[in-house]
Write a protein that binds this ligand. Sequence first.
Ligand code: BGC
Length: 393
Amino acid sequence: MKLQFPDHFFWGTSTAAAQIETAFDHQWKGLIAMDDFILDRTADHEKHRTEDIEYIKRLGSVYRCSIDWSKIQRAPFAPFETEIIEEYQAFFAQLLDEGMEIMFVLHHFLNPNWFEEAGGWLKEDNIGAFVDYCNQCITHFGSYVANWNTFNEPNVYAMNGYFLGSFPPHKKSYFKANRVLKHMGLAHEVVYTLLKERCPDKPVGISQNTAWFHARHPLGWLPARFMDWWFNRRPANRFELVDYMGLSYYAYVPFTPFAVTEKDQPGKLAKKGIPHDKLWGYRPEGFGKILRRLWKKYKLPIVITENGICTDDPQERIQSIKDYLKVIHQAMEDGVNVLGYIHWSTIDNFEWDLGPTYRFGLVHVNLFTKDRTMTEAGLFYEKVTQDNAVEID
Ligand code: BGC
């Protein structure tokens, strides 16, 4: 069966600078990941820009990306480095020449070390430095950008960096996580207003990560409800000042009564008969529930800013694209206004604290030579973007 998407619907893929560029001077540099790779060289994107564009342009009309803040701005309020501005501008100009639109993410989990040393997102005083960085991004890159994301997934950043301690700066405090979210929310409002003043005709949103927290044991009811509130509902309220709601979804998290993931308890989901990828439970219909719920509450147009699956198997990735697009298409038929779909990720990259063996790419990247190869899943997605339709089983 073929599912056709509306004419105005857009397709694309996404990456993040810290995950594909060699680390410069940011908080992730030198981190030893779970698979023992060290985050330093990642996918060598800075050396493969032209080649990467050849893949990017085959995978939709929108490329969602970010830049390395630590490389372009070496101290608080310092002017951007000319050479680095030119490097990124040349890349963006090439993308535009190929007919691509750029969705620019101002913050995707990357802070320069100078920002971290000053207390990072825990300190309200640091918001000014971030706003200055955004202001200079508008000056130098604004004319290339079609669409802005202020923050990528503040809920994931605050949870992993300040509550679970799996991301730098590895803090484990519920109160600190809340403080970080609060400051990101405040920064978002300032930057939203700035963008509206300086680029009034460009849409601005954030990307919010969503997950299905599901109680599968009576004692799991409370923690699942709590996580749904803390992770899904509350951040949506804090980042309400947007032109569209950017959403990502990857995970089904059953509570039995404690949360079970493949990443933390390998084998346990399979034992319980729950489908999963290399990281989390796999239930695409959870995304449908979330899309309907957020649409009902906010009535804001929705962009799927990220969605994907952690697997080495292109066939599994193809199946997941079909499964998710079916769910999204159904939600749209039920009235949810979804403007476009951006797949995570364009190329294999360094999966934060887990490492580069946790693959999400439509394009395969060799861990050592960094050679790129289009996968069957990439070819499948290319066809989806060309047909504006997906063939499902
Ligand atoms: C993040 C990406 C990450 C992906 C898969 C998203 O939460 O924005 O940077 O690689 O999930 O874990």
